[in-house]
Design a protein. Structure first.
Length: 117
């Protein structure tokens, strides 16, 4: 089992910034990709950004140029979100993949991000 705990969500005005953090613990974490997904009311969950053990990153089109994912080590990842817009309002979930794979296996409880106009 892998446990994921997110922090850093909150309420911000449009144009503002937030930094989300996620700490993983439990089973072997080496080899797992960590990622951030989000789900807005009435919408499907979508991948926002991910980062591999080697630091390779992937972003959704809406995140490119505004969000930056980083990783301290096998256990900790951050998502720096700048120029936030009301459409970024969602619950943001941290996730961990299967080792050396691209299937999301474990999920955090989520943290609410609300952007006011």
């Amino acid at each position: 089992q892998v446990q994921l705990v997110e922090s850093g969500g909150g309420l911000v005005q449009a144009g503002g910034s937030l930094r989300l953090s996620c700490t993983a613990s439990g089973e072997i974490l080496n080899g797992r990709t960590l990622g951030w997904h989000r789900q807005a009311p009435g919408k499907q969950r979508e991948l926002v950004a991910s980062i591999t053990m080697f630091g390779d990153t992937n972003y959704s089109e809406s995140a490119k140029g505004r969000f930056t994912i980083s990783r301290d080590n096998a256990e900790v990842t951050h998502l720096q979100m700048n120029s936030l817009q009301p459409e970024d309002t969602a619950v943001y979930y941290c996730a961990a993949s299967v080792p050396w794979g691209n299937i999301w296996r474990y999920w955090g409880q989520g943290t609410q991000v609300t952007v006011s106009s």
